[in-house]
Design a protein around this ligand. Structure first.
Ligand SMILES: *Cc1c(COP(=O)(O)O)cnc(C)c1O
Length: 387
C-alpha cells in the first residue's frame, strides 16, 4: 500500500498536537477572580502569590521557592543572584534556546559539553575536560524531566569551586532516590509555561536551599526595592501576578492526576512501540519518580526504513503533530555556532540524538484510542517500508 492509501484509511479525525494544557474548572477560577476583583490587589506579592509559594514549597519539598513571570526571567536572575557576571559556563547544546540566551544576557560565554546518549543530559564524565581558569559555573538541564548525573556534577563543582544552576524547566515534581531533584545545585529553575505539565499560563520559579539567596532573588525580581526609600541594586521586574498565582493554585490541585494519566499513556506507548524495529525508547530508571513531561523516541533510519524528519512529515499527513525537540542543537544557531566548543567533533552524541529524536503527543487528556492509533500508524509506516 502506498502512503496515500494509508492516510485515507487511518488519518485521525482531528489534529493531535504534541501537548495540550489541562485547564482548571472555569467556575472555580471565577471564584478566585471575584476575590481578586474585590481586593483590587493585582500583583506585588499579594495573597494568591503567597499561598502558591507556600503550597509549592510543600508540594516540591523545598523551603525557598520564589515565583516569577516566566522561567526564562527566573534563570536570568539565578545567574545574577550568584554574581555570575563574566567568564565561562559549561552547558548542553541539547536544550531550548532560553538556556543559552540567559548566558548571553549575563555576558557569560557558553561552553558546550556533549550529552549522554541514554539520558540526553549533559555527559558528566566530559565536563571536566572543558574546565579552564575562566570557568565559573555549570548549567545542566534535566531534559524531558530525566535527572542529570547530579552526584557527579556536585563533586565536580566542589572540586573546582563552581556554581551549579539547573535548568529544571521540565523537572517539576521529579524525584531521584526519593529526593526532589531541585535539592541539587545552588539554584534550580522551573518553568510554568502553558506547554509544561504544571502551568500558570506563563510563569516560573527558582528553588534554593539558602534563605539569604531567596531574599536576594526576591529583591532582584522587584527592581531591587528593599523598602519605600531604599533601592539596593539594579533589579528588574520578574514578578508573577495574582491571576497567574490563583490559576496556579488550581493547577496544583490537578497535577497529580495529570501525571497519573501521563504515566498510563507513557506505559501504553512503550508497550505498543517496544517491538517496532528502529524505534528507540528512552530509559526507564526505577530510582526516578518521573513526571512524564514528554515522550521522546529515537528513530534509527537503517532499521526503521526512513529517517526522523521523514517520519515527522508523514505523521503530519495523519493529523499527528509531533515535535523535533531538540533540533537544531543550540550550538548550530548562528549566534553560537562560531564558539570553539560548538564544533561537531565535540558534540557527536548530541548531533546524533538531535537528528533522530521525535517527541510524540503526550498530555493527560489524550484519549487512549488516539494514542493506540498513533502507535498503529507508526507500525503501518514501518510495514509500508518493509512491504
Ligand atoms: C520552557 C523552557 C524554558 C523557558 O521557560 P519559559 O517559562 O517559557 O520562559 C527554559 N528551558 C527549557 C529547557 C524549557 O523547556
Amino acid at each position: 500500500m502506498n502512503i496515500k492509501n494509508l492516510v485515507k484509511n487511518y488519518k485521525l479525525p482531528h489534529p493531535v498536537y504534541v501537548t495540550q494544557p489541562t485547564l482548571p474548572d472555569l467556575g472555580e477560577f471565577k471564584i478566585y477572580l471575584e476575590e481578586v476583583w474585590e481586593s483590587k490587589w493585582l500583583t506585588n506579592s499579594g495573597k494568591f502569590h503567597q499561598v502558591l509559594e507556600n503550597k509549592l514549597n510543600s508540594y516540591l519539598g523545598s523551603e525557598n521557592c520564589s515565583l516569577f513571570c516566566n522561567g526564562t526571567m527566573a534563570l536570568l536572575l539565578a545567574l545574577k543572584a550568584l554574581d555570575l557576571t563574566e567568564g565561562e559556563v559549561i552547558t548542553t547544546p541539547f536544550t531550548f534556546p532560553a538556556t543559552l540566551h540567559v548566558l548571553s544576557w549575563n555576558n557569560l560565554t557558553p561552553v558546550f559539553c556533549d550529552i549522554n546518549e541514554k539520558t540526553f543530559n549533559i555527559d558528566a564524565d566530559q565536563i571536566e575536560k572543558h574546565i579552564t581558569e575562566k570557568t565559573k559555573a555549570i548549567l545542566p538541564v534535566h531534559v524531558f524531566g530525566y535527572p542529570c548525573d547530579v552526584e557527579k556534577i556536585s563533586e565536580l563543582a566542589e572540586k573546582h569551586q563552581l556554581k551549579v544552576v539547573y535548568d529544571a524547566a521540565h523537572a517539576f515534581g521529579v524525584k531521584l532516590n526519593n529526593r526532589p531533584v531541585t535539592d541539587w545545585g545552588d539554584l534550580s529553575m522551573l518553568s510554568f509555561h502553558a506547554t509544561k505539565h504544571f502551568n500558570t499560563l506563563e510563569g516560573g520559579a527558582l528553588i534554593t536551599k539558602s534563605p539569604e539567596l531567596k531574599k536576594k532573588i526576591d529583591l532582584l525580581k522587584n527592581f531591587g526595592i528593599a523598602d519605600e526609600e531604599n533601592v539596593v541594586f539594579p533589579g528588574i521586574n520578574g514578578k508573577m501576578n495574582e491571576l497567574q498565582a490563583a490559576y496556579g493554585i488550581l493547577q496544583l490541585e490537578m497535577v497529580d492526576n495529570e501525571v497519573e494519566k501521563r504515566k498510563t499513556i507513557t506505559e501504553l506507548y512503550r508497550e505498543n512501540l517496544k517491538d517496532v524495529p528502529g524505534i528507540g525508547l528512552s530509559i526507564d530508571n526505577p530510582m526516578v519518580e518521573h513526571n512524564y513531561s514528554s515522550f521522546p523516541i529515537l528513530v534509527n533510519e537503517k532499521e526503521f526504513g526512513e529517517n526522523r524528519s521523514t517520519l515527522y512529515e508523514e505523521l503530519k499527513k495523519f493529523n499527528v503533530f509531533s515535535r523535533k525537540y531538540f533540533y537544531p542543537l543550540c550550538s548550530d544557531y548562528p549566534c553560537y555556532s562560531h564558539l570553539p566548543s560548538a564544533r561537531k567533533e565535540n558534540l557527536s552524541i548530541a548531533k546524533k540524538v538531535s537528528e533522530s529524536v521525535l517527541c510524540l503527543p503526550l498530555y493527560g487528556n489524550l484519549a487512549l484510542e488516539i494514542l493506540d492509533q498513533i502507535s498503529f500508524i507508526i507500525k503501518k509506516i514501518y510495514n509500508n517500508r518493509h512491504g
